[in-house]
Design a protein around this ligand. Sequence first.
Ligand SMILES: Nc1ncnc2c1ncn2[C@@H]1O[C@H](COP(=O)(O)OP(=O)(O)OP(=O)(O)O)[C@@H](O)[C@H]1O
Length: 830
Amino acid sequence: MAEKPLRGNTYRTKNKPETSASTASQPAFDWPALDWGAVASSPKNILISGVILMVVSALLEVAFLSYIFTGTTDQSEVAALGYEPARQVGANTRNVLGLFGAFVSQVFVYRWFGIASLIIPLIPFLVGWKLVFKSELLNLNRTTKEVIFYTIWVSMLMGYVVMVSNSATSLSFLPGGFGYYINDLLRDLLGYGNIIFIAIVLFIFVVYFYNVDPVERWKAAPAPANETLTDAAIAEPEEAPIEAEPDSPKKTHSVLDETYEDEVIDEKPVPESEPVILPVPEPIAASEPEVPLELELEMADIAPIPLLVDEPDVDSVSEEILRNFGQYDPTLDLPSYQFPPLELLNEFNENALEKVSHDELESNKERIVETLGSYGINISKIKATIGPTVTLYEIIPEAGVRISKIQNLEKDIALSLAALGIRIIAPMPGRGTIGIEVPNKNRETVFIRSVLGSERFQKSTYDLPVVLGKTVSNEIYIADLAKMPHLLMAGATGQGKSVGLNVILASLIYKKHPAQLKFVLVDPKKVELTLFNKLERHYLAQLPNSEEAIITDTKKVIHTLNSLCIEMDSRYDLLKEATARNLKEYNAKFVQRKLNPEKGHRFLPYIVLVIDELADLMMTAGKEVETPIARLAQLARAVGIHLVVATQRPSVKVITGLIKANFPARLSFRVTSSIDSRTILDTGGAEQLVGQGDMLLAINSEIVRLQCPFIDTREIEDVCDFIGSQRGYDGPYPLPEYEGDDAADGRGEIDTDDFDALLPDAARLIITHQQGSTSLIQRKMKLGYNRAGRIMDQLEQIGVVGPFTGSKARDVLFHDLESLEQHLRSMGLG
Ligand SMILES: Nc1ncnc2c1ncn2[C@@H]1O[C@H](COP(=O)(O)OP(=O)(O)OP(=O)(O)O)[C@@H](O)[C@H]1O
C-alpha cells in the first residue's frame, strides 16, 4: 500500500516534527480534525443544545419545587454522599428527580440562594428558546440582569424574614446560605436596621435599571402621549386633552412634547448608556397655511418614536423598542389619509349588461361544426363559455384529427361566421380541447367599479395588485406587478392603451397607501397622464428642482431614468447592509425596527415607472433611453422598482431585443399587423383582436385573452381630486440628483475610442460564461490583472456587467449573445 503523507492538525505537526523516523515508518492514524467552529455553528447542534437547555431548566425547576417539600429529609441523604454508595443514597432520596434533584437543589436552594433559586432556570430556558426558535421570548440580556439581581436580593430579604421570625430551622431553606450569611453580617453591623439597607438596594436598582425619573414623572400633567394620539383621539379631537386650552396652540404643542418625553423616559425603559435616536418627523404639508389644532395632533402622532438604538447588541435593543413602541408604520406619515371610495366610480348594473343570446350561441355552434365538417373534421363535443367580449367554443375533435389542420382553417371559420377577431387556440393548455374564440355581437363593458369592488381584488394580498381585466370565462384577472416584474404594453392607436394604463394606476391607488407606493410618470404625448398631476404630493416622485412631476421632456426623461438607476443602486447598498434579499425583506426588517435610520435606512416605497409612449423617446434619444430602461428592467425588481412601458408602435426599433428580453410580461391591445403582434408577443393573434380594451397578455409563456376594464376620464379626475384635496407630503417623493450634461451624460455618449481593443471579446466571454469575474478574463484571454481589471470597468461603463460588489462576481446584464451583439453594435463596438 502506498504510504500516505502524514496529514494532521497544525498543532500536532508543530509539536511532533515529521522528521521523526518512527513516525515516518509507521502508518500514522489520521485523527479526524475536529472543527469546533463548525460543530458550534451546525444548525442541528444548535437545535439539540437549545432543546437540552430548555429541558434541563425545566428539570431544575421541578427539582427546586420538589425540594421545598422533600428538602429536609433529603438533606441528610445528600450529606451521606461519599460515605455511602451513590446508588444507595439515590434510592433513599425523596426528590421527584432522585439524587440529581436532591443534589442540585441542595446546592442551589440550601447552600446558595434559597427560594430565590426558583427564578434561576429562567436563564437557561431563555437561552434554549433563542437557540431553537431564533427569537427571544424575553429580552435575554435584560432578563439575565434582572434574574441575577432578584436572586441575590430575594435571598437577602428572605434572610431578614427568617432572622426576625426566629424560625431559623424550619424555614432555613428560604434565604439559602448566601442570604443567611449576608443577614448575619448586616445584623452585626446594622442591627435590625439592615432591612433599610435591603430596601435601599432595591430602590437603587429600580431607579437605574428601569430608568425612573420621579421628578419628570410627577411633573407630567396630562394623559400619556399615546392616548392623546390614538386614531380615536384624532377622529374626535374635542376629547383630546389639548382641547382644554384651545386658545394657546403653542402651549398645546409643548404639553404634547413633554408628555412624549415622559412616555419615553418613564414608561418605556431603554437600557442606559445606549443612545436613543429620535428620528426627525417627516415634514407634512398642510393644505392651509395656518396649522389647525387637529393637524398638530396628527403631526405628533407620526412624531418622534425612537427607531433604533446604536449599540452592538442591536437585536435585543430593537426588540426592546419594538415591544415598547410597536412596529414602524409608514402610513402614519399621513395618518388621516383616506382611500378613494368606490362610489367615485361609475355605477354599473349587472343585469342590464347585454348577454349573448341563446340564438347567437346555437347558430355559432352550428356554423363551427358545419365548417369543420365540410373539411372532413368531425367533432365529438362542443362547449361554449361566454366572456365579456368573446365566447369561447371548446371543441373536442374525433380521434385521428390533426390539430394543425384545424388551426389552418382559422380564416375559413371566420368567413363562415362572418366575424372579425376569431382566434383559434389549439390545443387549449391543460384542457385537452381546442378553443375557438368568437367575438360577441354585443360586447359587455367591464366597469372598473365592478372589478375594484370585487372580493378578489379587495382581499388580494399581492404586493402590487393590478386588475388587468376579465378572462374569457368571466373571471377577474389580477396580476402582481411586483412579480411580473415589469409590463410592456402595445396597441395601435385608439385600441384602449391609455384606458389600460389608467386602470393599472387606479388599481394600485385603490390598494396602496401613498407611503407605500410612488409613481414616476413619463408622458411624452403630454396629454394622457396629466390628470394624475393632482397626486403630486401623495403618489408622485420627481427629480429635485424640476417643476412638473409628470415628465414630458425627453431630456428630463433621460435624467429621470438615470436618477432611478442611482436610486436602484443606493437601494441595493441599503439591502446589502441590511442583509436583505429584496425590498420586502428589507422593509419587514425596518418595520420591526431592526434597521437604524441614523445609518441611512428608511422605509422604501415601491416605485412604479410608467412610460406612455416609448416610441417617441426611442426615436429622439435611442440608446440614452434604452440603456437605463434595460438596466432598470434587469436589476430593479429586487429593490421594488417596476416598469410599465406602453407604445403605439411595436416595431423592432422601439421594442428592441434588449428591451424585450427584459420584459417577460407583455400585453397587446389590437395591433395593425401580425408582424407587430409577433414583435410584442412573439406570436400572432393581436391583429385579430376587436379593440376597445380587448387584449392578449403573454405571461409565463402563456397567452391569456382579457377584456380590459373601462375607466373614463371623469372617474380618474374624481379619484385624483379626492386624493389631491387631502393633506399630503411637502412635495413629490424626491429622486436622487443626476448630473446630466457632463461628459459622461448617458451611456450612449461614452467615448469608445479609449476602450481596450479586446473589450468586445471580453464582453462575449462574460456573456457566454454568465460570470462577471475579472479572473475569468485574465485566465481565458491570458491578460495581466491590471488590464483585465480595466476591461471589467469598461464593461461596466457600457452596461454589460453590474457594479463591483465586493467579493462576489458582478452581475451579468445580458443573457444571450444576440442581444449583446446588438448592444455592442449600437455602441459602435460591434
Ligand atoms: N376597456 C375598454 N372598454 C370599453 N371601451 C374601451 C376600453 N378601452 C378603450 N375603450 C374605448 O376606446 C377608446 C380609445 O381608448 P384609448 O384612448 O385608451 O386608446 P389608446 O390606445 O390609448 O389610443 P391613443 O394611443 O390614440 O391614445 C376609448 O375612448 C373608449 O371609448
